[in-house]
Design a protein around this ligand. Structure first.
Ligand code: ADP
Ligand code: GN1
Ligand code: MG
Length: 354
């Protein structure tokens, strides 16, 4: 089925091995083995990314810049097809090919604080190396992706159109989202604060978007579709969301969700080693808020998708998105309860605002 696509990238489909790969929720990914070479082939989800060409254009700009300013940096950008385009288009489907980074692996759940440290360092390094790149040159591949105000609007619209059964099942979670609305009010203020600049932000820093080497050291960041201008709280917050708990967003036994405080310190250290000199004091004060912001937004997005009839995230069973929302709200509660402990572990050097 992928024969024409592989051929368009100059690979002989008859002598390649193709297997589905990874556990992403958005794109379809295959690992391709062709002799001694390995590749990642991806079909971009165009329900989500309406203009895959914008992604390709952004990556070319970043690749050229990094090539000049940080030549040794590992940046897994797409490869050209035989027609010298980055995308192979087949009807509505858009495909791209990347080099498979040799001897790399991803993990779906953080099992030790060293992984959180390594990943935070990789995401921090990415933004630091691009600190002098004019983020305004980048296209918004997903307009309003982490615009919490808009996510609140989408949630409220879903409340109006959801069917009664889905609404009833989600009554407790809907109430919880409303009770935490202050998190969205803080966001409303920070977008008007000139000390909180737009930077080049990855926007999807979950742990399986970092490649590790055989010694479990961070190699590079991947999944660059959502690289665009944004606030640093997006990246730090998604790390809190996905590295602190030993059980991830798929966990159905909510008792397994808890916050590992040493992992918070690991994220802080790894990220700040790279970005500490770059962030403004106003940004640094938001380091804890970052986690609230992202966990809350993700809970809201899963709940909205549940109310909308599971149209966005891939689901495996009835009620999957509702369960994910419950999971994220549980994490949010535990995260908020750990604030004083986090400050103490950082020797009270920094007062985090709410
Ligand atoms: P999604 O947007 O669906 O999450 P990703 O770009 O993150 O897609 O790719 C899914 C998985 O494929 C990753 O988590 C990783 O395991 C693997 N992967 C992606 N790109 C590479 C690469 N260049 N080298 C090695 N593995 C990769
Ligand atoms: C999606 O692409 P993937 O699977 O890494 C989503 C993120 C969510 C995440 C939740 C474009 O990420 O925003 O945080 O699922 N990406 C998009 O697992 O919506
Ligand atoms: Mg991914």
């Amino acid at each position: 089925m992928l024969t024409n696509i592989l051929n368009a990238f100059g690979l002989n489909a008859d002598s390649t091995a193709v297997e589905p790969f990874g556990s992403g929720l958005i794109n379809n990914t295959w690992k391709i083995l062709a002799g001694d070479n390995a590749y990642i082939l991806q079909r971009i989800n165009t329900n989500v990314f309406k203009s895959p060409q914008d992604i390709a254009d952004n990556l070319v700009l970043l690749q050229d810049y990094l090539h000049k300013t940080a030549p040794g940096y590992l940046f897994p950008a797409p490869l050209l097809a035989l027609d010298r385009q980055y995308l192979v288009i087949d009807g509505d489907d858009n495909y791209r090919l990347l080099p498979f980074i040799k001897n790399s692996h991803t993990v779906d759940v953080v099992t030790q604080s060293a992984e959180a440290y390594e990943a935070a360092k990789q995401f921090g390094k990415f933004s630091r190396l691009l600190n002098d790149f004019d983020a305004g040159q980048l296209k918004y591949t997903l307009p309003d992706f982490h615009n919490l105000n808009l996510r609140v609007d989408q949630f409220r619209s879903a409340l109006k159109t959801a069917d009664a059964e889905r609404l009833n099942k989600a009554a407790i979670e809907i109430k919880a989202i409303e009770e935490y609305i202050d998190i969205a009010n803080t966001y409303r203020q920070l977008v008007n604060n000139r000390e909180i600049p737009l930077r080049v932000i990855h926007h999807d820093t979950k742990i399986n978007n970092v490649l590790f080497n055989a010694d479990d050291k961070g190699l590079c960041v991947i999944d660059l579709d959502t690289v665009m201008p944004g606030y640093y709280i997006s990246d730090v917050g998604d790390m809190m969301r996905t590295y602190l708990s030993p059980a991830n967003e798929e966990e159905q036994n909510l008792a397994k969700i808890h916050v590992r405080e040493d992992h918070f310190v690991a994220i802080y250290k790894g990220y700040m080693e790279e970005m500490g000199e770059v962030l403004t004091p106003a940004e640094k004060a938001l380091f804890f808020y970052a986690g609230k912001f992202m966990i809350y937004m993700q809970a809201m997005r899963f709940l909205t998708d549940h109310l909308n009839g599971d149209i966005y995230y891939q689901t495996k069973y009835a009620g999957h998105n509702l369960l994910r929302a419950q999971n994220q709200l549980t994490l949010l509660n535990k995260y908020m309860a750990a604030k004083a402990k986090f400050e103490q572990l950082l020797d009270n050097q920094i007062q985090f605002i709410d």
